[in-house]
Write a protein that binds this ligand. Structure first.
Ligand SMILES: Nc1ncnc2c1ncn2[C@@H]1O[C@H](COP(=O)(O)OP(=O)(O)OP(=O)(O)O)[C@@H](O)[C@H]1O
Ligand SMILES: [Mg+2]
Length: 497
């Protein structure tokens, strides 16, 4: 198959009065992998949605092999071989994995759906992305986040992309899965596919890409061979200034600090078995593990979102058995879910409603207080650096990273004693990451107990006092700061210790 060269010329995009792309010129060549970098809200996803037919440009043109094209939807772009893997999942929850993979591209034989053929292709692409165990007939609703991400990738592969755009495909993947994805991408590159890789993980950008394009405020500000840039230089191009240390200095947990969260013998059927741990005031406890190790499910069990058995849960010294996040919040524990689209945010609601929802549920006030709500929102936008055109937009229109910051502001708004954050910096740019780290550290310094579940080992190492490693639903080891290094964590997580 021949390679496809795509070019964007003078692309402008406005959402209402807000202009988010200011005349972008950019071309992608067959057999090259381009990393697309930029701060949250820089316009990366919007630009790529235009290239893949999900959004139409307000001005400018697209060319495929020099020929002007106009896409009235993603199907038209796919017909040219342009396929986008979305940052936010785009799967139909009630359909099966195989049905999702073929949605809109169903195979037919003699007018009938050819289920056997579709299942066979689904099997092959699922194997390709490493989902060997996954049943093509499973419903997407039953999958965990990482599996959904891999199904998205499998779906794109089944479309025989000539231009493959991946918008933060590794945000939910562990190092092993990421490695497998990169091997796949390298193979596609050899076959002449043009690849665009959007990521905030600069080490991955360095590893995978041939070239780097940097966007800032809706414009392309740099295009360089990857080998010519250090990670620090990439970061500087993105934020327009030098960044100091990513991680704040680690304060010691005061001797005799009280235990604020104690969990004894927590089991979540099928996911976690007999897990016990404690977190003290001022302490940050990390949870590491491979995808599927049961970390998210463990905490969902703790919050009453999944069936569980437990010997004892103490929050701030008081025994309790939360049956919902709200009950947990009443007891003093708030939770940021890893799946911000599902449980974290109400994407159709405004920013203010999202922010105050937790606090409202908690205090169960019979009336709203618009003035204090507005003040709280302004403060949160400032404190968390949420970039939004105006305060009146819906949460769903924020860029991916800014949604994450809003979700974080939301859980912290009620001022809890214990905070559980599942993947708090997923999809967040490097500047904002630094701010979130500082904030997490501040939460601990203020005497809260903090749990951070993360797939980014460096983040756990840089941030935590101790890291608990889970494998196959069991707590394998808890490492203290002096023992923390990448090899050690991986060894425990993979069972090669
Ligand atoms: N449907 C929409 N309505 C209004 N504004 C939008 C819409 N989609 C995107 N925007 C705005 O466009 C700007 C660019 O967003 P975009 O999602 O392209 O950023 P991004 O570079 O992908 O950021 P991130 O790294 O956080 O994913 C943001 O300010 C965002 O709020
Ligand atoms: Mg984006």
């Amino acid at each position: 198959m021949n390679g496809v060269r795509v070019a964007l010329g003078g692309i402008v995009k406005r959402f209402g009065a807000v202009q988010v792309l200011h005349g972008v010129d950019l071309a992608f060549e067959p057999g090259r992998i381009v990393g697309l970098l930029g701060e949250n809200g820089a316009g990366k996803s919007t630009l790529m949605k235009i290239l893949a037919g999900y959004e139409s440009p307000s001005a400018g043109e697209l060319r495929v092999n020099g020929r002007p094209v106009r896409f009235d939807g993603p199907r038209a772009a796919e017909a040219e071989g342009i396929v986008l893997i979305h940052q936010e999942f785009n799967l139909a929850e009630d359909l099966t994995v195989a049905q999702n993979i073929f949605l809109g591209h169903e195979k037919r034989r003699g007018g009938w759906l050819d289920d056997a053929a579709m299942r066979a292709v689904a099997r092959r692409v699922l194997d390709d992305v490493g989902l060997r165990q996954l049943d093509p007939d499973a419903r997407v609703r039953e999958l965990i986040v990482a599996e959904r991400q891999l199904v998205e990738i499998a779906k794109a592969l089944s479309r025989r992309a000539r231009v493959l755009i991946m918008d933060e495909p590794t945000a939910t993947l562990t190092p092993g899965e990421t490695g497998r994805l990169f091997e796949l991408v390298a193979r596609l590159k050899d076959e002449g596919v043009a690849v665009v890789f959007i990521s905030h993980k600069l080490d991955e950008v360095e590893r995978l890409t041939d070239e780097v394009v940097v966007m800032r405020d809706g414009r392309v500000v740099a295009r360089e061979p990857t080998a010519a840039l250090t990670r620090a230089q990439m970061a500087k191009l993105m934020v327009g200034r030098e960044l100091a240390d990513l991680y704040p200095p680690r304060a010691e947990v005061p001797a005799g600090a009280p235990v604020l969260l104690s969990v004894q013998g927590l089991s979540v059927p099928g996911w976690a078995q007999d897990v016990s741990f404690e977190v003290r005031a001022g302490e940050i406890l990390g949870f590491a593990g491979l995808v599927g190790a049961g970390r998210t499910e463990l905490f969902e069990g703790l919050l009453g979102l999944r069936e569980r058995t437990v010997r004892a849960i103490d929050i701030a010294g008081v025994p309790c058995r939360p049956r919902s996040p709200r009950e947990a919040a009443n007891a003093g524990l708030t939770y940021l879910s890893e799946d911000r689209k599902g449980r974290g945010l109400h994407v159709r609601f405004g920013l203010r409603e999202n922010l105050t929802l937790m606090a409202l549920e908690r205090h169960a006030r019979p009336w709203l207080q618009p003035a204090s709500e507005a003040a709280a929102l302004e403060q949160a936008v400032r404190e968390f650096g949420i970039r939004c055109g105006s305060l009146d937009v819906s949460a769903g229109s924020l860029s991916g990273g800014n949604q994450q910051k809003l979700a974080l502001a939301k859980v912290l708004h009620p001022g809890p004693r214990v905070v559980v954050l599942d993947e708090p910096t997923r999809g967040v740019d490097i500047g904002a990451k630094r701010e979130i780290y500082a904030l997490i550290r501040r939460l601990a310094d203020e005497g809260r107990a903090v749990v951070v579940v993360s797939s980014e080992l460096m983040e756990l190492i840089g941030l935590c006092h101790r890291v608990a490693v889970m494998r196959a639903g069991r707590l394998q080891a808890t490492l203290s700061a002096v023992q923390l290094n990448e090899q050690e964590l991986i060894a425990h997580a993979t069972g090669t210790h």
